[in-house]
Design a protein around this ligand. Structure first.
Ligand code: ATP
Ligand code: ZN
Length: 226
């Protein structure tokens, strides 16, 4: 690259389920920071580690493009991103550097709760709403089922009531949201949790050493929590 970068840059969710636990985790590593006025960037004061606050969906791309070095993100988002790369004939760029044990959820198929479930072949010809179309298509291919994938960026669980879809493929933790929408989970595509995502290749310009230090502290902090 034309420019070198000697500070580590970590992407975290700006707001949402992973935002606060991610900040808490980094704070527990001894990191303190100063926020930019627009609150999109945090300058690390105690370590040369800066934070970029973004939508979780943008985190894998930021790391793959080398804009950020590490990210705190759900495995579900990482898997969806990787399937997009392999579909384009690109090699997977990211791996899980650590599993964090929180943000635990599943990507499930859910059907109307008054419907019987006999198996994946029941989905043939039906419309399935999801925010994770590649993961769903990959699973459908694996099961040999031909269904119509309806991609929605949010509010997937109300799609059947709105007539947009017959079935959903959505993230589930307690199942409360599904139940409130008269849906029940019947198949699990993916078990997810928050992870530290990073590149396969080593970091450059001394950032590998900073990352090592941060992860050593993180391992200590995670162990203390057990
Ligand atoms: P953003 O605005 O950053 O795109 P979002 O709406 O996509 O936010 P959140 O709902 O905050 O994201 O969820 C972030 C991550 O939290 C999910 O990708 C998933 O890994 C995890 N998660 C854990 N439990 C759940 C759940 N019950 N529903 C949705 N996500 C969950
Ligand atoms: Zn998102």
């Amino acid at each position: 690259p034309a420019t070198t970068r000697d500070r580590l840059r970590v992407a975290i969710q700006k707001s949402g389920r992973l935002a606060e636990p991610a900040r808490d985790l980094l704070a527990s590593c001894g990191l303190t920071w100063r926020e930019s006025r627009d609150k999109l960037f945090c300058y690390g004061e105690s370590l040369p580690v800066d934070l970029l606050l973004v939508r979780d969906d943008d985190i894998p791309g930021l790391i793959a493009d080398g804009v950020c070095d590490l990210g705190v993100v759900g495995r579900n988002v990482l898997v969806e991103h990787d399937l997009g790369r392999t579909a384009n004939g690109q090699a997977a760029a990211l791996k899980e550097w650590r599993q964090l044990g929180w943000g635990v959820c599943r990507l499930d198929i859910a059907i109307n709760d008054d419907e019987q479930w006999t198996g994946p072949e029941q989905l043939a010809g039906r419309r399935i709403a999801t925010s994770f179309p590649r993961t769903l298509e990959d699973w459908l291919t694996d099961k040999g089922v031909d269904a119509q994938v309806v991609t929605l960026s949010g509010s997937v669980e109300i799609a059947p009531r709105l007539g947009q879809a017959d079935v959903v493929c959505d993230l589930v933790s307690t199942g409360g949201t599904l139940a409130a929408n008269a849906l029940k989970p019947v198949e699990t595509l993916l078990h997810s949790e928050a992870v530290i995502a990073g590149p396969f290749a080593p970091l450059e310009d001394g950032r590998e050493e900073i990352a090592d230090l941060l992860l050593r502290r993180m391992d200590g902090a995670l162990r203390l929590k057990e």
